[in-house]
Design a protein around this ligand. Structure first.
Ligand code: 5GP
Length: 116
């Protein structure tokens, strides 16, 4: 049997996280190592390793994931001032967890998008 990702263990509540939202498709929780005052991960409940593994069958789920990201931004009160949504992919994208997720970052001016 395949080993569960750390995010699957959070989704199934085997390990703790500050879960803000969950439905049958996605789960949103605070990042353990926040890079901004607001840093939330919106994760697909099913394990999709990278954005490269997205297929046409995932389109509705990912549209929904965007809607949940906006809902989280509104809930955190950062929708009007703005925020950033990021999906990292593989080594050059500095992806750490191979379970599809989107970062929602905000609560301050985020500066330039890519440094170095
Ligand atoms: P990636 O680099 O894969 O796009 O981002 C993975 C994110 O997951 C990182 O920002 C990291 O801080 C976060 N993360 C890793 N392990 C955990 C964990 O156990 N709990 C939570 N809440 N976030 C985690």
């Amino acid at each position: 049997m395949c080993k569960k990702t750390i995010f699957s263990k959070i989704i199934s509540r085997e390990i703790p996280a500050d879960i803000l939202y969950q439905d049958s498709l996605v789960t949103a929780f605070r990042d353990i190592n926040p890079q901004a005052p607001i840093h939330i991960l919106i994760v697909t409940n099913i394990e999709i390793p990278t954005v490269n593994d997205i297929t046409i069958d995932h389109e509705n789920m990912l549209g929904h994931l965007f809607s949940v990201a906006v809902k989280m931004a509104q809930q955190e009160g950062i929708d009007k001032e703005g925020y950033r949504l990021i999906v990292n992919c593989n080594q050059n994208g500095e992806q750490e967890i191979y379970h599809f997720h989107m970062h929602l970052l905000g609560g301050k001016r985020l500066g330039i998008m890519v440094s170095e």
